[in-house]
Design a binder for this molecule. Structure first.
Ligand SMILES: Nc1ncnc2c1ncn2[C@@H]1O[C@H](COP(=O)(O)OP(=O)(O)OP(=O)(O)O)[C@@H](O)[C@H]1O
Ligand SMILES: [Mg+2]
Length: 258
């Protein structure tokens, strides 16, 4: 369990998180809100990249102020919003192997994890390429593979599908679903409401550094989303027009209509 209590944080004296309370377990939790509302800043507190100004963040009981990012990264993996400047190894293989090596795993285990992680994001065959030669979407998927290879209990994905084509987006969605099934907790930061509808079990909405909503996805989509610069998915728009309640997918809508 990740437990955030009364979290305050400021950059250069300007407060951007103003008393956040949050718990997260083995679930897919969507973190949404307008640009600049504090999503990335909050996410960076969950693996100790940032430390609270006031309040606390506990990861399975570990206070992030008392542990380094390296110590926490085995538990909480963080895929950055713009990962392209994060790579520093010669090859894709070495890039993904970096984390597991730091965990002190043996060569066989490292190799297995690298193959598994690259396969999960659809990058098998890219092992010998240099990370800088990858396209934007491929870099995004490499960043996810690097974190997957650590097998962290909790995963933070900061806009993981932004800039991906349909096929790449689908492969990331499948990765998220299979991680959820194997008992991981996933914090999904996104502006894509279709993705929230497809994946999220719970939604936390941030607005100007405060939590404006925290609850089940069905209730979230009953809010006036335009106020937060968000849009209702077309599927729900359509379902409403047809007088049908909450549905997750086109298939579900068809089922109800039949
Ligand atoms: N390193 C920094 N130094 C100073 N201010 C920062 C820094 N990083 C973020 N901020 C400010 O903190 C506020 C919250 O930023 P944050 O990146 O957490 O928002 P966000 O919700 O992730 O936005 P987006 O949807 O655009 O990714 C913004 O006003 C931003 O300008
Ligand atoms: Mg952000």
């Amino acid at each position: 369990m990740i437990v955030v209590e009364n979290l305050h944080f400021a950059y250069n004296g300007r407060e951007v998180l103003r008393g956040i309370d949050l718990t997260m377990g083995k679930e897919i939790l969507a973190l949404v809100g307008p640009n600049g509302s504090g999503k990335t800043t909050l996410a960076k507190h969950l693996n100790g990249l940032l430390k609270p100004l006031r309040g606390s963040v506990l990861v399975d009981g570990l206070d992030t102020r008392e542990h380094t990012v390296a110590e926490l990264s085995g538990k909480v993996g963080y895929v950055f919003q713009n990962p392209e400047h994060m790579f520093f190894e010669e090859s894709v293989f070495e890039e993904v192997a970096f984390g597991p090596k730091n965990l002190g795993l043996d060569d066989k285990e490292i190799e297995e994890r690298v193959r598994w992680a690259l396969q999960a994001v659809g990058l098998e065959g890219f092992e010998e390429r240099t990370p800088y030669s990858l396209s934007g979407g491929e870099k995004q998927r490499l960043a996810i593979a690097c974190v997957l290879a650590m097998k962290p209990k909790y995963l933070i994905l900061d806009e993981p599908t932004t800039g991906l084509d349909l096929k790449a987006e689908r492969s990331v969605v499948e990765v998220i679903k299979s991680l959820r099934e194997s008992g991981h907790g996933i914090l999904l930061i996104t502006h894509d409401m279709d993705l929230v509808l497809e994946l999220a079990e719970r939604v936390v909405l941030l607005d100007d550094g405060r939590k404006a909503f925290d609850g089940p996805v069905e209730e979230f989509f009953e809010l006036e989303l335009e106020e937060y610069s968000l849009e209702l998915p077309e599927l729900l728009e359509l379902a409403r027009g047809l007088g049908v309640g909450f549905v997750r997918s086109v298939e579900e809508l068809m089922e109800v209509l039949r």
